[in-house]
Design a protein around this ligand. Sequence first.
Ligand SMILES: Nc1ncnc2c1ncn2[C@@H]1O[C@H](COP(=O)(O)OP(=O)(O)OP(=O)(O)O)[C@@H](O)[C@H]1O
Ligand SMILES: [Mg+2]
Length: 349
Amino acid sequence: MVFDLDYLPPDILHRELQIADLAACLRPVLRDVAPGHVLCIGPPSTGKTTVVRYVLEKLEEHGVATAYLRCPVLRTSYNVFAKIFEMLSGKVPPQKGVPLFKLLDEIAELLEDEVLVVALDDINFLPDSVLNEVLMALVKSAEFKVGVIAIATSKGFVARLDAYLGSIVHFHEIVFPLYTRKEVEEILRWRVEHGFYPGVMTKEAFEAIVDLVVRNGDIRYGLYLLRRAGLIAERRGSRRIEIEDVERAREGEEVVALAKSIAALNSDEREALKIIYSLDEENITTGDIYAIMRAEVGLYYERFYEIIGKLERLRFIDLVFGRRGRGRTRYVVRRYEPKIILEAIRNYG
Ligand SMILES: Nc1ncnc2c1ncn2[C@@H]1O[C@H](COP(=O)(O)OP(=O)(O)OP(=O)(O)O)[C@@H](O)[C@H]1O
Ligand SMILES: [Mg+2]
């Protein structure tokens, strides 16, 4: 389904330069010559994984041996090479407890002097020792020829390389910048055209999603909103996705995100939050809330101020000074739509 996060789009838009650069770096592989190593670097959701998987697929079509590895799930060097073995042979890797060099021998045998292209996605998730051991085995291998494609959101992992390794391994950097508004729009429009019937997505709803993505910087969020808004429209029996559906899709997401902060509150704090978000008036002062809390929960003033302070620290409210009557007064400004907070509290209890 075109809104799934691991869906590989057949048309990767606005990454022509990165694809061409990566293909150029890897070209020697077609002559069985080891290529240089590459680092694909850029913020989340900028198409790094998508581009690398696309290029690996093309290489495979040319008969090149490739292995794509998601580093966050690989906790040991053995895991890494067992996975490579599995990808090359299609067989379950040899039993645990086989020394690493044996596994490397087996991989070398499978390759028969062909070049192996290994993509290490989210490489910065590898623990220090694994990172060094794996890269050392790959780049210094006397047994097989390897091109490494490292993928990361920052260069933090380079600083974690041992001095020796750091001095011998050089990565050609391919930068993945954030998408511009126009690019976001075109990438999401492709999904709309392939995922919904014509006319289902209204212009207003689509623009609202693009706005949200541009503000939040994440295409994945856009794919989530497209899918959610589609479901919400369907559920209310509408054949068109309207701006309200986008609003509701987005609320759902905020409610989920808020659950964590709400869980950090005790019952008095949750009660105070509920009161603040249930009041109809616009200009709520801390005094108004204290009066209600004292009547309902019987709180001391000091404790009340602790609660208000905590709600401010957790970014549920802002406190601003103002004047009302003669004295200085503190106003409580709500940072969320009341119905979002009230629903999140209801979900919690
Ligand atoms: N240029 C593009 N064309 C079409 N879809 C794209 C493009 N760039 C990203 N996407 C889509 O956005 C989502 C995120 O892209 P991808 O997983 O490639 O990002 P990433 O750079 O690897 O992010 P992270 O650093 O978080 O792993 C994917 O669902 C992908 O299909
Ligand atoms: Mg990725």
